[in-house]
Ligand binder design. Structure first.
Ligand SMILES: [Fe+2]
Ligand SMILES: [Fe+2]
Length: 298
């Protein structure tokens, strides 16, 4: 079993230092096999914000964590138009990582990050044909026993927002991307950007993506919240691609606490979920299944 912490939308420049410190302490105590950070490390892609983000990642590495980090739309300058188009992720590359599509393979899981942040689309993301090729190619030859995970900042799927049946915009070219996901046999897609948590089986949302489970992370540390949903991150335990547990870890004002615990099983190409009992459950917070997402993130 692989134990993975999925944090997103750290947003240095608009985050709470106490909550930042609490994530470091929580991770140090739990010692995940992998820490994933799915973009928006900064609020406005400024030099000092990237320096703070780099210090944060350094602290995590010093505590022995293996990291997989990708950029988000906030890691491209918004107002500095010259930098935005000439070197949109230059600061990210200098301070955080050169590799915008990182790959990690452990004994139990194979994880690919894809950069969906673009200069032109302001807040919406895109995925290009080379990246779709990379998705197909990277997972070729991965042992069938391993859980295959794809990480993006922007959700690849349309997710419910607002009232009724309204859906959010998915990443650009998402239909082709979904075919690539199906071809690569991805079990789990992880994303952020919405500052809301959500978990749903892709089979219930789109027909073309095969048996993929879609999990969103909230914002781990940003002070910009949506619908008063508190800061949170996801704590995943995954087993051989067909069984996983998701715990949503929520900031309660003083500490991070488990707020929900859901199990997912893949049977006959469909994901099924069940609430798992938890003695730590907080009363007020209901994350995933019926949460309504609002358009987010500027
Ligand atoms: Fe964000
Ligand atoms: Fe974002």
């Amino acid at each position: 079993m692989a134990r993975i912490a999925h944090l997103s939308d750290i947003h240095f420049g608009a985050n709470d230092p106490n909550i930042v410190a609490a994530t470091i302490d929580w991770l140090k105590e739990k010692q995940p096999d992998l820490v994933i950070i799915s973009g928006d490390l900064t609020q406005r892609a400024r030099e000092g914000q990237f320096q703070d983000a780099a210090d944060y990642l350094r602290a995590l590495r010093q505590n022995g964590h293996k990291l997989l980090v990708i950029p988000g739309n906030h890691d491209i300058p918004l107002y500095d138009v010259f930098r935005r188009f000439v070197s949109p992720l230059g600061r990210y590359k200098r301070h955080i990582a050169q590799d915008l599509c990182p790959w990690v393979e452990t004994d139990e899981a194979a994880i690919l990050g894809i950069n969906t942040a673009r200069s032109l689309t302001i807040k919406d993301g895109r995925i290009n044909r080379d990246q779709m090729g990379l998705i197909r190619q990277r997972f070729t030859g991965v042992a069938p026993s391993k859980t295959r995970i794809l990480v993006t900042h922007h959700p690849l799927f349309e997710l419910p927002i607002g009232q009724g049946n309204e859906l959010s915009e998915a990443v650009g070219r998402h239909e082709d991307a979904l075919q690539a996901i199906a071809d690569a046999g991805i079990h789990l897609t992880l994303a952020g950007h919405f500052h809301r948590t959500y978990a749903e089986a892709a089979t219930k949302m789109v027909a073309e993506a095969g048996p993929t489970l879609v999990i969103q992370a909230g914002t781990a540390t940003s002070t910009r919240l949506r619908n008063q949903e508190p800061q949170s991150f996801n704590w995943l335990h995954v087993e051989q691609g067909d069984r996983m547990e998701l715990q949503v870890i929520v900031w309660n004002g003083e500490e991070f606490q488990r707020a929900s615990h859901v199990g997912f099983s893949l049977k006959e190409e469909q994901w099924h979920s069940e609430e798992l009992s938890t003695h730590e459950q907080t009363t007020e917070y209901f994350p995933a299944a019926n949460a309504q997402l609002t358009a987010v993130d500027r």
